[in-house]
Design a protein around this ligand. Structure first.
Ligand SMILES: [Zn+2]
Length: 504
């Protein structure tokens, strides 16, 4: 009587999901053995792919057959035994040499005749063909979609999956709301929890009608999909959908996330003119304000370091009177303000440049285009390198993602430039007017405007030893660094420094 081994296999890979589970295969085969009076001596099963040789259980079973411990195999289908040419050849060889006298499959009829062996090799071949084909089809399908810029996944909030065209389109109901949220967060004035309640008030809610989870919001804020790319298996691709925001805004959001990402405690009492205006120059913690009433009944507002640092003993114990701070705010505005006659001169210069500019701007655009095609070539080469096996997947993806971000930046610069043309001249003109306007703020003693002005043009506003220090952004730093007396002094010297300022 022929002794049989039962062999079951199911791999964990997606494409084989439609295959019966190991338990189901076992049950079917036991039933089959009973009906056909097959003498089963042992059951083997494993969850491994048969695409590559090297299955442990299969190899062990084959060596048992070579030893003569059984001469028949019972399996669901030939493709359970082999999906690669080595294992398939090994089974057929054992049939040829008479070590295997019987192979039984509920789904395939086999007889150890020349015809039967031929059919078996075809079945193994078919299994291999199926594997190769499937892998190719899946990759081709995904690549095709990716090449077309389609994300094969659920659309993020603000978009929906168009079922007919299988594209991702802006969702009229939510697109502008999500955009508003992204823009708001980019200002840096929102924490995650604040943006959460803003989303809720706009009706951007989860499926359960509750405000979206903070982790969901974090995902939205970091999703490159919103500026026109998409991430697929860790790799960033060019999308074909309509972007919601620019890459520049996306970058601002990432910055804001680092600064404001953590939910913060509530702010202190309001109504102090310069609260949240500066930080302590020594320890970097915020400056707080207090009201004191003197015996005489006079009220004073003082500013001082909160001494929140646990690691560092801040020595700044000085209380600064609001009047003193106000005076310093005024001084700082004065420092970056532009006298009227300088304004006229500069504006004239800008107009002159506008005329000369049209030629050089063509060159500028040309350079950006050259840069862009260089990046595209780099991406192509990288892809070739990956397909030839010169990179590991992770390395390839990291490099590609970097290049994709670079590409987007240059593309945006170019389209910005094409849209705004002589934008930098416009910026210069704005700067001249703004700096000149600062002088008027000082004259009108509008302190809350002065404060806002200094906030926008100065990063890093520090208070130490009773002095306010501001790092002015370009080009205001140039104005601030001029010797204080130049503005006040005679024409000649003012002329010189005005010119040197202009050229720098
Ligand atoms: Zn301090």
């Amino acid at each position: 009587m022929t002794k049989y081994f039962i062999y079951c296999r199911k791999s964990t890979e997606d494409e084989e999901r439609q295959i019966l589970s190991i338990e189901a295969q076992l049950a079917e085969l036991r039933e089959f053995a009973k009906q056909n009076n097959l003498f089963v001596v042992k059951e083997y099963y494993e969850s491994k792919t048969a695409k590559e040789p090297g299955r442990k259980v299969f190899n062990f079973m084959m060596s048992e057959i070579e030893k003569g411990n059984a001469s028949g195999i019972l399996a669901w289908n030939p493709d359970r035994l082999a999906r690669n040419s080595i294992d398939g050849g090994r089974v057929i060889y054992l049939v040829d040499t008479g070590k295997i006298t019987s192979l039984k499959f509920p789904t395939f009829w086999f007889e150890a005749t020349p015809q039967g062996k031929f059919m078996l090799s075809v079945a193994f071949g078919q299994a291999k063909y199926y594997t190769d084909n499937l892998r190719e089809n899946i990759l081709r399908g995904i690549r095709q979609k990716i090449r077309r810029g389609e994300l094969s996944a659920k659309a993020p909030i603000g978009y929906f999956n168009e079922p007919r065209l299988r594209t991702i389109e802006p969702d009229k109901k939510t697109f502008n709301k999500v955009k508003e949220i992204l823009r708001a967060f980019a200002t840096g004035e929102y924490t995650l929890t604040k943006i959460q309640s803003k989303m809720f008030s706009l009706g951007l809610v989860g499926k359960d009608g509750k405000p979206p989870h903070l982790s969901t919001i974090q995902k939205i804020l970091t999703n490159p999909f919103y500026y026109g790319h998409f991430r697929y298996r860790g790799e960033v691709h060019q999308g074909s959908h309509k972007p919601m925001i620019s890459k520049k805004l996306f970058d601002q959001i990432q910055e804001a996330l680092i600064l404001n990402g953590k939910p913060r405690k509530k702010r202190g009492p309001k109504n102090f003119q310069f609260l949240n205006f500066a930080v302590c120059g020594e320890c970097g913690y915020s400056i707080t304000a207090e009201r004191h009433i003197k015996k005489s009944g006079l009220k004073f507002v003082y500013y001082r370091c909160t001494h929140k640092s646990k690691t560092q003993n801040c020595s700044q114990t000085r209380f600064l009177r609001e009047e003193v701070l106000t005076e310093q705010v005024k001084e700082n505005c004065q420092k970056v303000s532009l006298p009227d006659d300088w304004r006229e001169k500069y504006l004239g210069k800008v107009s002159e440049w506008e005329k000369e500019n049209s030629q050089s701007s063509n060159l500028f655009a040309q350079n950006l285009k050259t840069e862009l095609s260089a990046i595209k070539i780099k991406i192509d080469r990288l892809m070739d390198g990956y397909l030839e096996g010169s990179f590991e997947l992770a390395e390839f993806q990291e490099k590609k993602n970097k290049l994709m971000a670079e590409k987007k930046n240059v593309e945006e610069k170019l389209s910005d430039f094409e849209r705004k043309g002589n934008h930098w001249l416009e910026l210069t003109r704005n700067w001249i007017l703004e700096a000149n306007q600062a002088k008027n703020l000082v004259l009108s003693e509008n302190f809350s405007e002065m404060k806002n002005f200094l906030k926008t043009i100065g990063s890093n506003r520090c208070l130490a030893a009773g002095r306010l220090e501001i790092d002015f952004k370009k080009p205001f730093n140039l104005l601030a660094n001029l010797p204080a007396k130049t503005r006040a002094e005679g024409e000649g010297e003012a002329e010189n420094s005005s010119n040197s300022l202009w050229w720098s």
